[in-house]
Write a protein that binds this ligand. Structure first.
Ligand code: AHG
Ligand code: MN
Ligand code: MN
Length: 334
């Protein structure tokens, strides 16, 4: 029998330390958690409920949507629009922001999310996840705008992800460290199983999609080359490599045992700065990584300091174990 701390209990106890907290944020987070439980259930049932495969539509990024991209986006909206905590939402799967409909009260927060990260993995039963970020809605304007979302990552109130893997977990930061919760399906609750997650400063494991190698810039070429040279190269030790193609799984591994993850700037498509999206992939993951003692950079600047220019803006991402990420950054400056 499990008698651990539930995520609700954890959030309420955290809220007690914040003077003047109204319970609004706690309540919002509860709805986000519920949405993740619903998504976990749908992803887990998979082919039994006919949710696999393509939706035969495209999102704003020009990517073919999976049925589950569309379904999970809908789940997130329906779970979070009604309670009166949000002014608007934005998602990977919607071109424009989603202002809370007039039939519901509007609140002071903004929610940004990637409802299903790594969705190319869903049909082959490899881990996928949900990434979310909570911001304060700035200004007094009654009508939320895209501009309200364009805040640097340092302004995030909370960031988290759910990973639908061999077990379902939810990992969360509100700026006081990182905590991980595992879903106990028997009681339908996330239980605190990974308190104070930290990323070791050193690692011998890196993650990058090596099929893009010919498009990488010199600093990343140099770093990976040196890792591959192993014991007999300049690093004097062997490295291991992983690539899941689900950022959530990648970040989760790094939070568990260290590592460095790179989706760097490349010359494959000169029109885009990187693959991953700043507001709902890079920023929430960077907040979590930094809170766990890691580093997150584009190679040239701290991701959390970037002033966003668009809802679906892409950025290069290099994150994880401090000493390795700092090395890659140093190669960019050399
Ligand atoms: P999404 O499924 O939300 O579009 O994101 C996929 C992202 C990220 O999770 C992963 O790290 C990366 O794309 C994988 O890209 P490649 O297919 O280029 O390896
Ligand atoms: Mn994604
Ligand atoms: Mn996605």
């Amino acid at each position: 029998m499990h008698n651990g701390t539930t995520i609700t209990q954890f959030i309420i106890e955290e809220q007690r330390h914040i003077q003047g907290a109204s319970g609004d944020f706690t309540s919002l987070l509860n709805d986000v958690v519920t949405a993740c439980k619903v998504i976990s259930n749908v992803v887990n049932k998979g082919a039994l409920i006919g949710v696999m495969g393509s939706a035969e539509s495209e999102n704003i990024q020009g990517e073919t949507q999976k049925k589950l991209d569309v379904i999970t986006n809908e789940i997130f909206i329906r779970s979070n629009e009604w309670a009166g905590h949000l002014a608007a939402m934005a998602s990977e799967e919607m071109e424009e922001i989603y202002p809370i409909p007039a039939r519901y009260p509007r609140g002071k927060y903004l929610l940004v999310f990637d409802p299903l990260d790594g969705s190319s993995n869903v049909d082959v039963n490899i881990s996928v996840g949900t990434i979310f970020s909570i911001l304060r809605c700035p200004g007094e304007s009654p009508e939320p705008s895209t501009q309200d979302f364009l805040q640097p990552g340092v302004e995030q109130v909370c960031a988290g992800y759910a990973i639908y893997g061999s077990s379902t977990m939810l990992v969360l930061t509100t700026g006081h460290g990182v905590n991980g919760f595992t879903l106990d399906r028997d009681i339908g609750e996330f239980i605190l199983t990974h308190p104070n997650m930290t990323i070791p400063a050193d690692t011998r494991e890196f993650a990058i999609n090596a099929s893009n190698q010919r498009f990488w810039e010199a600093p990343v070429q140099r770093y990976v080359e040196e890792c591959l040279a192993g014991k007999t190269g300049p690093r004097g030790r062997d490295f291991n490599m992983r690539w899941v193609a689900s950022m959530v799984a990648e970040v989760h591994r790094i939070l568990t045992r260290g590592g460095v993850f790179m989706y760097p700037k490349d010359t494959k498509d000169p029109a885009r700065a990187g693959k991953l999206r700043l507001l709902y992939e890079a920023n929430p993951m960077s907040f979590i990584v930094e809170q766990a003692g890691g580093v997150s950079s584009t190679g040239l600047e701290r991701i959390l300091d970037i002033r966003p220019e668009g809802l679906h803006q892409r950025v290069p991402v290099i994150l994880g174990s401090k000493n390795e990420v700092e090395r890659v950054v140093a190669y960019h400056k050399a």
